[in-house]
Design a protein around this ligand. Sequence first.
Ligand code: SF4
Length: 320
Amino acid sequence: MTDHTFEPAYLALYRSGELARRAEQAQAALHACRLCGWDCGIDRAAELGPCRTGTQALVATAYLHMGEERPISAGGGSGAIFFANCDLRCQFCQTFRWNIKGQGQALTARELADLMLDLQARGAANINLVTPTHNTPQILAALALAVEDGLRLPLVWNSGGYDAPQALALLDGVVDIYLPDMKYSDADLARRLSGVRDYPRVNRAAVREMHRQVGDLQLTVDGIAQRGVLVRHLVMPGHAENTAGVLRWLAGNLGPNTYLSLMDQYRPAYRAFAREGINRPLRPDEYARARALALELGLTRLDDSLLLEPHPSQQREAHG
Ligand code: SF4
């Protein structure tokens, strides 16, 4: 049963005028951009950083996604908007044509707002912003227009977890559901496989701040996410210690009520075929060990597929 008393967090900011102020502050952030862990400080109207995105958002695709985690896709499906480019450079990226090659269409704030409203009209349970961090200003500008025209769905911030304080401060009170990756506990592995420095430090600070803003994941009685943090971790072949580090940190810092999506879907893609160690799928025993460790550490709110082979249309797109 849907909770009809629910209203998304951004409505209070809209009524007070704060949402419009945030959108303005976010536009200013484009000219000294420190939205992600790259911490560039550049003017994106004049040059491009590693995210290769200037002042306009590029959208790769948008649709009603039935294959996200159950609390996200329950109901009418998740209204997913996939942004092109990314702040990570994962060697195993499944969506590299969008996230690394940058295939997408430049949208104005008005066009992005209309896309949100269209997904709402088609029955989406939420607006799921996929790989959003480098587009924080463009999203806030579009959101201000969409709310004015009747958007009332919860916002899902579906990021690779490399979000910096500048982005998260702009999103405080705007986002209802944070859906961050925690990919690595090993900074050297993050550098080698995703081309970023300091991933665990940036990522842990981001997840702590997300949790401070919205808390543990809250569900309706029929299991639909309304507010809170849902953490994703993709178990990688041959990297059990990396997974153990993520799980121990989560258990020790966010606690046993953390809703965790422990993903078994790893398959080589993009450049991973040529990289020793990640050029094969995850084995069932590797996933079973990761799952057993999560349970041993008290992380029992698991959203996992128990190694059931997903239908291709049910595949979740990994970031990077
Ligand atoms: S979003 Fe990240 S990579 Fe892009 S310009 Fe800003 S700090 Fe640099």
